[in-house]
Ligand binder design. Structure first.
Ligand code: FE
Length: 218
């Protein structure tokens, strides 16, 4: 089987809010699924190396914020492409901290839930946490962002720790040497009207926020 056929599996885009003893953090995942409805339980897959994995394993709780199509690439990049171990990923993202101490995102989400871990399944690289929803939004609004929308409209990529990550092949969008690729998140800049060299020096990757120096010619 070619790995590419797995691209036909469909997913959403979610921010997972977590806490440790001293602070709150969040990360982006595409693998949240509802597994039962009495009670409402979900499963989420998380890489062993993620700081959020550590937080969920020790606190036994997390939140899910369902991102809408209005969520900016910059917000996804801030939560998805750096580690919360050494940075405050939520510093530029509007959020509130629930009484239970875990954060939910406030900007451009459809709804949120608070989840308590009831079980987990180990794989060589990821833990699948099974959790019961104990609280959440009364209603949902907006259109939830699908993983496909993130790739095709926002032009985002999967970070290496994502369960669905596959090595990116260089794209054939343009072959005149004018495409530049972000070495952190894989975003490709190829605006035919403004060349990469003409972008201001303080321009940053719209997906992960890295500076121009993180890009290389494709
Ligand atoms: Fe980037």
């Amino acid at each position: 089987m070619k790995n590419e056929v797995l691209f036909d599996l469909t997913y959403g885009m979610y921010a997972i809010g977590v806490k440790d003893e001293n602070k709150v953090s969040a990360c982006i995942v595409n693998t949240v699924v509802q597994v039962t409805n009495t009670p409402n339980m979900i499963a989420v897959s998380m890489n062993h190396g993620n700081y959020s994995h550590e937080c969920i394993a020790s606190s036994g709780m997390f939140t899910v914020s369902v991102l809408s199509e209005d969520t900016s690439g910059a917000a996804i990049g801030a939560l998805g492409f750096t580690s919360g171990r050494d940075t405050d990923k939520l510093v530029n993202v509007q959020h509130k901290v629930l009484a239970e101490g875990v954060p939910v995102i406030k900007e451009n989400i459809c709804c949120w839930f608070l989840c308590r871990v009831v079980n987990h399944v180990e794989t060589p690289t990821h833990t699948v946490f099974i959790a019961e929803i104990t609280a959440g939004s009364d209603e949902a609004k907006g259109r939830p962002m699908t993983y496909d929308y993130y790739h095709k409209v926002i032009k985002g990529r999967a970070p290496k720790n994502a369960p669905t990550y596959q090595e990116q092949q260089p794209t054939d969008d343009r072959n005149d040497g004018e495409s530049w690729i972000c070495t952190v998140c894989g975003y490709v800049y190829n605006d035919p009207d403004v060349s990469f060299e003409e972008l201001p020096e303080d321009w940053v990757c719209p997906i992960c926020g890295m500076p121009k120096s993180a890009f290389k010619r494709q």
